[in-house]
Ligand binder design. Structure first.
Ligand SMILES: C[S@@+](CC[C@H](N)C(=O)[O-])C[C@H]1O[C@@H](n2cnc3c(N)ncnc32)[C@H](O)[C@@H]1O
Length: 276
């Protein structure tokens, strides 16, 4: 079969999706390791590639995200391997990194809590040269994060850890986290492609989605150097609650909107010690 015939087949099969043409073209191109514009070429492809496309179309039809099917995603201009043990990095998180980058200097130390694919940690390492430590509770996620870091030649310390557990007596200049923040009620409302395929450990948080902000903020002060900064990505409607949680130990608390106008990033500076 020709590539364009396979693309037309994919378009028909994926006709119930929001944008079947784009979906089909990306799926065929990425399956064949080509550019999207190559999806309408009339080159013949092998039976093996044909079968690969048929299999991938069936997976996409069942709702599996394209990034898991083809095994990679793009984050901050970096190619990252992804699988079902890690969240697919989101554009909002690129905005979190962009915000943090303007404060991080070479030589500073950074802790990324809940690193998943390693997206935040790798982008910060590549674009600042800071000393980056990244933790996650999921061993499978860490395995993939290491693979991504190696691929990008990014020297990062990865630790299996329940939040701060593995960095007990250590301090950092920067703490950054995109923790799980979907509340139990919102979890039920998630799109099927997210709920059925992305890891629950990466998404779900008790206490109306605030569980991890509470736990991280409670311990953040003792893990930050003087004037250290903390950066969070937050779920829709959570920014003011996270700000409140920060008020005890942090100053200069800022809330930043994402490109869709949603309060998405909360960051702050550690307050100095008070003497009486
Ligand atoms: C929302 S995902 C973020 C992944 C990645 N940082 C990103 O922004 O694409 C949250 C991550 O936190 C991890 N996680 C969940 N509970 C944790 C815990 N108690 N300690 C450390 N990491 C945890 C999950 O495994 C997941 O990788």
């Amino acid at each position: 079969m020709r590539i364009c015939e396979m693309t037309n087949y994919a378009k028909r099969e994926l006709s119930t999706l929001e944008n079947p043409s784009a979906e089909a073209e990306w799926l065929v191109a990425l399956t064949l390791n080509k550019r999207r514009s190559d999806a309408m070429l009339s080159d013949e492809i092998s039976k093996r590639d044909e079968n690969k496309i048929i299999k991938n179309v069936a997976r996409r039809k069942r709702g599996e995200p394209l990034a898991y099917i083809v095994g990679d995603a793009e984050f901050f201009g970096l190619r990252l391997f992804v699988n079902r043990h890690v969240l697919i990095p989101r554009p909002e998180t690129e905005e979190l990194v962009e915000c943090a980058l303007s404060f991080i200097q070479k030589g500073q130390s950074v802790l990324d809590i809940g690193t998943g694919s390693g997206a935040i940690a790798i982008a910060i390492k590549k674009f600042t040269g800071a000393a980056v430590t990244a933790v996650d509770k999921s061993r499978s996620a860490l395995k993939l994060a290491k693979k991504n870091a190696d691929f990008h030649n990014a020297c990062i310390e990865f630790l299996e850890s329940d939040l701060f557990e593995a960095v007990k007596n250590r301090k950092f200049d920067i703490i950054i986290s995109n923790p799980p923040y979907i509340s139990p009620s919102d979890y039920e409302k998630l799109e099927k492609t997210v709920k059925d395929f992305e890891p629950k450990l990466a998404l779900f948080a008790k206490k109306n989605g605030l569980e991890f902000y509470e736990k991280i903020i409670m311990n953040a002060k003792e893990h930050l150097n003087e004037n250290g900064k903390i950066f969070f990505e937050v779920g829709q409607g959570e920014a003011s609650e996270v700000k409140k949680l920060l008020e005890k130990d942090f100053r200069d608390i800022k809330i930043k909107k994402d490109l869709e106008g949603i309060d998405r990033i909360v960051y702050a500076t550690k307050s100095g010690e008070k003497y009486v």
